[in-house]
Design a protein around this ligand. Structure first.
Ligand code: FAD
Length: 474
């Protein structure tokens, strides 16, 4: 206890994958920690209405899709019958198990968990209001803002809060399986949720206003997913935007503007809006302190995630892109270590990104597009999964692994992949980049056979021109 008093009182606002690891690490390092969140347990968007429930549903989607494909392998199942209540219970059980577990871990670490909404009074105290309106003031020596983000819902798309328009949170509730679903936005959340509903039986149409799905991802990787989505979805409309939406008795009438549109007017049972996320930086009392926001509403922070107030830090989605759980968790470590007086800094060489569609898409470090745009000297070594024994056994040869390599030093600068479960493989090249590994290191490391991890080794071998299973065309 003496040590806790020595390190001081830390308040963490927001219990997501930024806030709860920050609270837990700070408690481990001897801070007296209060963690405040408006939900019953820690977990935040990621555990309650983000990463975890979506992946539970995507697991089910994968089973449904594989059971259909099994016919090609001589195993025929009857058409799946979906019991939506049981599916919802399964998803809710997953969420409850994990968030309950975090509640227990909080207690074990003697983190004081306060349920309610927090707002700064000044740079030494916050006021917490619970669901019944009861107020409590919590004094602190230092604070971490980890309030995350929420779905963006531009007014013209919301149809005044109509039930026919979902955001990602509503879609994860599984209210129904619409016959037809329009997904507005071809980013990862829209494509993941589209994959879930398509497997449950909805006819899914995606509209994306740019020229390709997954903006930010290399085009050759996105193209492989796009090709397969065309067989899973009714339509994927690029360079297209929604000009007008009207609710009718039978659905939502949508006017589309786009290139080569055969049917610019269509009616859908349901619309899912996934056009981005907004930082939760309002109503926090930040105006009472020297904490600044940027033009997008993100809290401005330095290399240690410190705001304009020297005792207040911000991490996770509220502190800027990329909006990813593991980025928030890493920032939590940096901020807490800085608070503990360690020379910690935010300086990742690579932040992996995974899209959990079927196939998955994953990348880390420098993308090929970034290398080209930034004039970084590089070579790209590609290993197509069609040359992988493991991919052939899985009957999923459409994938691709590529390494972006510095030709001067052979250092690995980046890696991109598309293929089943490639999200689980992206940690290896991420470590390689962080460790400054070269293509030689990867090629010389024995990878287990037959696994898709060999594709990373083989891509390094392609770079040297001696992959045993693939010869790149000159
Ligand atoms: P959050 O998780 O947003 O948590 C913030 C918490 O603070 C919330 O509980 C909020 O209610 C609470 N809060 C806000 N204001 C206050 C206040 N004033 N007082 C008290 N509490 C407050 N990321 C991945 O890395 N992988 C994925 O697969 C993935 N899938 C996703 C799928 C979906 C459908 C969505 C929506 C997101 C997904 N994400 C994924 C993104 C990920 O969920 C976020 O990047 C991550 O949750 C951000 O963590 P955070 O700690 O910054 O904030």
């Amino acid at each position: 206890m003496a040590e806790k008093q020595e390190k001081g009182r830390l308040v963490v606002i927001g219990g997501g994958p930024g806030g709860y690891p920050a609270a837990f690490l700070a408690a481990d390092l001897g801070f007296d920690v209060t963690l405040i969140d408006d939900r019953k347990n820690p977990g935040g968007v990621c555990l309650y209405v983000g990463c975890i429930p979506s992946k539970a549903l995507l697991h089910v989607a994968r089973v449904i899709n594989e059971s259909r494909e099994a016919e090609n392998w001589g195993v025929k199942y009857a058409k799946p019958k979906i019991d939506l209540d049981t599916l919802r219970k399964f998803k809710d059980k997953v969420v409850k198990q994990l968030t309950g577990g975090l509640g227990a871990l909080s207690k074990q670490r003697k983190v004081k968990f306060v349920q309610g909404r927090a707002s700064f009074v000044d740079n030494k105290s916050v006021e917490v209001t619970d669901a019944k309106g009861k107020k409590e003031t919590v004094a602190f020596d230092s604070a971490i803002i980890a309030t995350g983000s929420r779905p963006a819902m531009p007014k013209p798309l919301s149809l005044d809060g109509s039930d026919r328009v979902w955001d990602s949170t509503a879609a994860l509730d599984l209210p129904s399986i619409p016959k037809s679903l329009l997904v507005i936005g071809g980013g990862y959340i829209g494509l993941e949720m589209g994959t879930v509903y398509a497997s449950l039986g909805s006819k899914v149409t995606v509209v994306e206003m740019t020229g390709g799905i997954l903006p930010g991802c290399d085009r050759d990787l996105a193209a492989v997913l796009h090709k397969r989505l065309k067989s899973q979805f009714e339509d994927v409309l690029l360079d297209t935007r929604v000009a007008e939406m009207t609710e009718t008795k039978t659905g939502v009438k949508v006017k589309l503007i786009g290139l080569d549109l055969e049917k610019p007017e269509r009616t859908f049972d349901q619309v899912l809006v996934t056009v981005g996320r907004v930082a939760n930086s309002q109503n926090l009392g930040l105006e009472n302190m020297n904490v600044e926001l940027d033009d997008h509403g993100f809290v401005k922070v330095d290399h240690q995630r410190r705001t304009g107030e020297s005792n207040i830090f911000a991490i996770g989605d509220v502190a800027g892109a990329p909006g990813l759980a593991h980025k928030a968790t890493h920032e939590a470590r940096v901020a807490v270590e800085a608070l503990a007086g360690r020379p910690s800094a935010w300086d990742p060489a690579a932040i992996p990104a995974v899209v959990f569609t079927d196939p998955e898409v994953a990348w880390t470090g420098l993308t090929e597009t970034e290398a080209l745009n930034q004039n970084v000297r590089h070579k790209v070594a590609k290993f197509p999964w069609a040359a992988s024994g493991r991919a052939v056994t899985l009957d999923r040869t459409e994938g691709l692994t590529k390494l972006i390599i510095d030709p001067g030093t052979n250092r690995v600068l980046g890696c991109g992949m598309v293929g089943v479960n490639c999200g689980d493989l992206i940690a290896e090249p991420t470590l390689a980049i962080e460790m400054g590994a070269t293509a030689d290191d990867i090629a010389m490391t024995i990878h287990p056979h037959p696994t898709m991890s060999e594709s990373i080794m083989e891509a390094a071998e392609v770079y040297f021109g001696h992959s045993p299973h693939y010869t790149a065309r000159k």
